[in-house]
Write a protein that binds this ligand. Structure first.
Ligand code: NYM
Length: 212
């Protein structure tokens, strides 16, 4: 029985190394869902527009230095400050396509050597995604794509560690997509998986929380 109140938008997260193609695919998914007449928004973390987001942005640009734990908590706070808006969007039946989420938070910080469980703790209670799409590419291939900027973390050796952390985090619910395929192939696969998820949430699926 579908309770009308359980019908909602889907929380769809794209994850992967820098230069894996997430941002391109997010914008393609957004236009696709819009064309089909769905209510949909594209979000990204870090959200650099908030006060916390500006601190993160300055850290990433190497304009400020912060303890590894402190920046980890800022990334998490940046998600917490959007949590209630996220929930109200989903309940009002808007689907959210999110470029990076808690998994990036844990993968990047634990790649620096921070304890995995410590990294997960502040994420507990954030909304759990309905779908995690992992755009899989080797750090070497991603680096070959060029366009690593001068932001912190955009270095091959570090990306190798991040890839390892993602491997630890990934579970059977994640959809692993071969991101070395041509953009259109990846797009086609993603659309199919995403549509299924959007329809499931539309029919009614309770919201749940991360790592509880
Ligand atoms: N990043 C992103 C983190 O270290 N922790 C997080 O919680 C999130 C969401 O920020 N290299 C890192 C991953 C990226 C960098 O992200 C900026 P983007 O998608 O390049 O704007």
């Amino acid at each position: 029985i579908n309770k009308e109140s359980d019908s909602r938008g889907a929380l769809i997260v794209l994850e992967g190394l820098d230069r894996c193609g997430k941002t391109t695919q997010c914008s393609r998914l957004l236009s696709h869902l819009e064309e089909l007449g769905h209510s949909v928004e594209s979000w990204r973390f870090p959200d650099r527009n908030t006060g916390v987001g500006q601190m993160i942005s300055s850290y990433l640009a190497n304009k400020s230095h912060l303890d590894d734990h402190a920046i980890h908590l800022l990334f998490s706070a940046n998600r917490w400050e959007k949590r209630s808006l996220m929930e109200s969007k989903l309940r009002s039946k808007t689907t959210l396509i999110v470029d990076r989420y808690s998994f990036s938070g844990v993968a990047f910080s634990s790649a620096k050597g921070l304890d995995l469980e410590w990294c997960k703790a502040p994420e507990k209670g954030l909304l759990a995604p309905d779908l995690v799409l992992y755009l899989d590419i080797s750090p070497e291939k991603a680096a070959e794509r060029g366009g690593y900027g001068d932001e912190r973390y955009e270095q091959l050796e570090f990306q190798k560690k991040v890839a390892q952390s993602y491997r630890t985090l990934c579970d059977s619910t994640w959809k692993i997509i071969d991101a070395t395929r041509p953009v259109e192939d990846v797009e086609k696969q993603l659309k199919q998986i995403v549509m299924e998820c959007v329809l499931t949430c539309q029919k009614g699926k309770p919201l749940s929380q991360l790592w509880e």
